[in-house]
Design a protein around this ligand. Structure first.
Ligand code: SF4
Length: 350
């Protein structure tokens, strides 16, 4: 792969080409648009609830996997009123496996606001809802209200960086290029088209330039090394977080606690404590058991789980206590807790 540094510098697309670029992408979209469950209804007048849920749920999730979660969520809450009226536990249960549970809690709060006040009528109205950032507000207002707002996500960033051969696109740079290129007559279709192009043709590692409607104007293609744009991001370091947890009861019926904090807050999980600096798992186990209170038992095993720049190593122990048990299948649990329960359910341990 050639280095972006050896390629021509980024150039603004010739304004004379803009209408041809728009026409080419929209014609391609007309032929190849993906059929997705939130794309019902007319272009620019999609169902705002379905678009909104999809945009929140699919952040950080691939469409193929996200669609399964989306169908499950929409089956549980077919309308914004259903979502608003549901208890938070039921919302988190329907969100199980999607991660980033703050999104579900914010979506629930925003649904309660919408059920009372009605759907927002503009980008600014959407932006004012809990958990709705510029990307989601632009997506919903363009797809459902046909408001001329350009979306700016990972797919858009990649397509525009390549179109202009820009190795280091900043968010402001991407937004400015996206705004300039947006087809203001058909903003909903335009945004859907760019998202589809990024997801199916201008993919991260192996762009299919031979099938791309933007190829005649693409500076990265002309450079001979389209995949070199944009330059890889420097990833945030992953932090190690050692944790002890206890199973009191069985993997089916166990003592559970409600998690707090931004990442998993609202979910239920096995009683757990992170290790203090320099603390051994055994010492942390005794601290955890003193808090509950419980009697520590046998070591059941360890597992590792990576989430949001954290690598959690969980050391699981049995413990005994006279505390109320929960039916595990009925509670919303994080994947970490599901893995811990699966570890405890291994035949050799029972
Ligand atoms: S020509 Fe290739 S690199 Fe350029 S936008 Fe199309 S798929 Fe992406």
């Amino acid at each position: 792969m050639a280095s972006p540094a050896s390629a021509p510098p980024a150039a603004a697309l010739d304004p004379a080409d803009l209408s041809a670029v728009r026409a080419a992408l929209l014609a391609w979209f007309g032929r190849t648009a993906r059929t997705l469950p939130w794309r019902g209804g007319q272009e620019g007048a999609r169902d705002p609830y379905r678009v909104w849920v999809a945009e929140i749920l699919l952040q950080q999730t691939q469409v193929a996997r996200g669609t399964v979660y989306y169908d499950r969520f929409l089956t549980a809450f077919p309308t914004v009123q259903d979502l608003a009226a549901a208890p938070q536990e039921a919302v988190l249960k329907a969100w199980e496996g999607c991660g980033y549970y703050a999104r579900a809690r914010n979506l629930h709060r925003a649904a309660q606001q919408v059920a009372q006040d009605g759907f927002p009528h503009s980008y600014d109205g959407w932006l004012a809802l809990p958990g709705v950032g510029p990307y989601t507000a632009a997506a919903v207002s363009s797809l459902a209200l046909n408001e001329a707002r350009a979306v700016n996500d990972g797919n858009v960033r990649r397509v525009l960086a390549r179109l202009h051969a820009e190795p280091q696109p900043t968010p402001a740079w991407v937004q400015a290029r996206a705004d300039a290129l947006l087809d203001s007559a058909r903003p909903g279709a335009w945004n859907e088209a760019v998202m589809d192009l990024g997801a199916t043709v201008c993919t991260p590692a192996a762009p299919r330039c031979g099938a791309c409607p933007l190829q005649p104007w693409c500076a990265a293609f002309a450079s001979g090394a389209p995949a070199a744009y944009p330059a890889p991001k420097v990833r945030a370091a992953v932090r190690d977080v050692p944790v002890v947890a206890v199973l009191i009861g069985t993997p089916q019926q166990a003592v559970l606690e409600r998690r707090v904090g931004a990442l998993l807050g609202g979910l239920m999980g096995l009683p757990a404590e992170p290790l203090a600096s320099g603390e051994t798992p055994q010492a942390a186990l005794e601290r955890l058991c003193a808090r509950l209170p419980a009697h520590p038992g046998a070591f059941l095993g360890s597992l590792t789980h990576v989430m949001t720049h954290r690598r959690v190593t969980l050391h699981l122990y049995a413990a005994q206590a006279d505390l109320p048990r929960h039916l595990v299948a009925q509670e919303a649990l994080s994947r970490l807790d599901q893995k811990a329960l699966a570890l405890a359910a291994q035949p050799a341990l029972l």
